[in-house]
Design a protein around this ligand. Structure first.
Ligand code: MG
Length: 180
């Protein structure tokens, strides 16, 4: 639905949407630059902030998580070293949306949440699969196809904290495929 205005996913009124996804076999997909890490003038200096990294470490134990980026696999691996991502996907010359679909099938997930800051991420935002795919953009942008937004990259930690809390609720099983 291009042209609509995406709402803030952290608004209380959308808590039920996040809760439903968190309670399903849900894949979490992340873009890197401008999403997990603030955009850096020199791409070699882009780093996940320590607080975000701590939250991601926890999140990777609660959900299958993948990072999809136009960086090369080796460059991306270096940047997310120490984090237990189930997939590190270089999307060079490929379609970010198809990359996410492939990862969702490979990891046997029913649903996915994808977080990105636009550009190539629009290919994911355009998939438009209500109830199966929840797309979140860093910041609002007119014309973006994302379902929801965060008010900025600084809100990523709040979203990660909320996703952790939702999986930690009593009665919500971990749906990590392949976990022993
Ligand atoms: Mg980006």
């Amino acid at each position: 639905m291009p042209g609509r205005t995406a709402e803030d996913i952290l608004s209380l009124e959308y808590q039920t949407v996040l809760t439903a996804f968190a309670g399903s076999r849900c894949l979490l997909g992340f873009d890197f630059d401008g999403t997990l890490a603030p955009v850096a003038r020199d791409p070699d200096q882009a780093e996940i902030r320590p607080r975000t990294r701590g939250l991601m470490a926890e999140l990777c134990l609660l959900y299958p998580c993948v990072v999809i980026s136009s960086r090369s696999r080796s460059n991306l691996r270096l940047r997310v070293r120490g984090l237990r991502f189930k997939g590190v996907v270089p999307a060079e010359a490929r379609h970010q949306g198809r990359a996410l679909e492939r990862e969702r099938a490979r990891l046997r997930c029913d649903t996915a949440i994808y977080l990105g800051d636009g550009g190539a991420d629009e290919a994911v935002f355009k998939l438009d699969q209500p109830g199966r795919l929840l797309t979140i953009r860093m910041g609002q942008k007119e014309g973006s196809c994302a379902d929801f937004c965060l008010r900025g990259q600084g809100q990523v930690d709040r979203l990660l904290r909320r996703l952790i809390a939702l999986r930690r609720r009593p009665g919500v099983p971990s749906t990590q495929p392949g976990s022993a």
